[in-house]
Design a protein around this ligand. Structure first.
Ligand code: MG
Length: 392
């Protein structure tokens, strides 16, 4: 039986995940998989997006704003509809021709795309972190059934695969792994002097700049714990994080009887992306292959003092309400400042602590509650970067 065509909307098409997803689509199509790209959205890289539109001929292309729309218009093939702004992103996410939406938007804007896709009844391959970190409760109420979201992040994709094969009451605890990022082998006192260039050299993964810095602070891992809690309906105590420098084991289940089952794969995002795009099937050949002989796998406890930002962001997740949105927005500003050379690496953790200490979380009832918390946190984080908090 030939599978029916899968029609994709790819949001964040020119970013790290989007680019790798389109690589996967090209390869699967070359081997006869009936995949169509019906909508593409990207923010500002209009040249790259226009090239993708000429290659994939989607029905709709969405860009960030008026300026990008003007720039891309003459570059698009005839018959491609153009949309812009938040509304354009929502249109791509809910496109009538799409059945699977890959949300690889970077940043809090991704939440709008997630909610639009879920409300339109699409299956959502979720790579945008902020959706669950910032808007977990809103996402859960928009989700019609648990299978509507397929996680793309490697750890959650691992858990998703593992949990489908085990009765829930037999699971004592789930574990996700952390590579420890670029600085896991430095002494804590060396961290103040590290450069953005060093932070961007991730030992195992190739990813966008913010998430690479978030891996070095382990803020990314705290976000992933928050995401896992919403995705799989777990308590905080049921989610463990273990340091695993090789990034080969992505997730483990600790079972009631003392057995562990683990998911292993090379640190290659194309593998979980492909699993999401072809779910529930598994297709070969793999984008890259793991060779077992000679492989050694190490696990260590997370050193608390090395990763202060992890604990701050995790506490924000546990506080709930607007606190994780504040953590996310502040982190975005602080990471940007670090990458621009305006803040030392250790200032990211200090800034998160400073901003969150000034926040009283309130309940999230709507997107506007999140937006308000987000702008408040950005303003405060900028104040911190500009010296008010930093000098204190
Ligand atoms: Mg991850």
């Amino acid at each position: 039986m030939t599978p029916s065509p899968r029609r994709l909307a790819i949001l964040g098409a020119t970013g790290s995940i989007g680019t790798q997803a389109l690589e996967v689509v090209r390869r699967l199509r070359a081997q006869g998989e009936p995949l169509q790209v019906v909508a593409l959205a990207a923010g500002r890289r209009v040249q790259a997006l226009a090239a993708l539109a000429r290659e994939f001929h989607p029905a709709l292309v969405a860009v960030a704003g008026e300026e990008e729309a003007r720039a891309i218009r003459p570059l698009l093939p005839a018959g491609v509809e153009l949309a812009r702004g938040r509304e354009g992103l929502a249109r791509a996410a809910s496109h009538p021709q799409a059945d699977l939406v890959l949300n690889a938007v970077v940043g809090a804007l991704g939440l709008y795309a997630t909610l639009s896709a879920l409300e339109a009844g699409k299956t959502l391959a979720l790579a945008n972190k902020e959706s669950l970190v910032v808007g977990g409760e809103l996402v859960l109420s928009a989700r019609r059934h648990p299978e509507q979201i397929i996680p793309v992040d490697s750890e959650h994709a691992g858990l998703y695969q593992l949990l489908s094969g085990v009765a829930r009451e037999e699971v004592e605890k789930v574990w996700i792994t952390a590579s420890g990022g670029a600085f896991r082998d430095l002494a804590p006192e060396q961290l103040a002097a590290v450069t953005p260039q060093q932070a961007l050299a991730h030992p195992t993964w190739r990813m966008g700049p913010r998430i690479t810095v978030d891996s070095a602070t382990l803020v990314n891992k705290a976000f992933e714990v928050i995401e896992a809690r919403f995705l799989f309906g777990l308590s905080w105590e049921e989610i463990g994080v273990v340091l695993h420098p090789q990034s080969i084991v992505h997730a483990l289940l600790e079972l009631r009887d003392g057995s562990f089952v683990a998911q292993l794969a090379p640190p290659d995002m194309r593998i979980p992306i492909q699993a999401a795009l072809t779910h529930p099937r598994r297709l070969g050949p793999p984008p890259s292959r793991l060779s077992l002989p000679g492989l050694s796998l190490e696990f260590r406890e997370l050193p608390r003092e090395r990763y202060p930002a992890y604990w701050t962001v995790l506490a924000a997740g546990q506080a709930g309400g607007t606190a994780p949105a504040v953590a996310n927005a502040a982190d975005e500003v602080l990471v940007e400042a670090f990458l621009a050379g305006r803040l030392p690496f250790t200032g990211i953790a200090a800034g998160l602590d400073w901003v969150l200490a000034r926040h009283s979380p309130s309940e999230v009832r709507s997107l506007s509650d999140i937006e308000a918390a987000d702008s408040w946190a950005r303003a405060l984080a900028r104040e911190f970067v500009d010296g008010a908090g930093w000098a204190a």
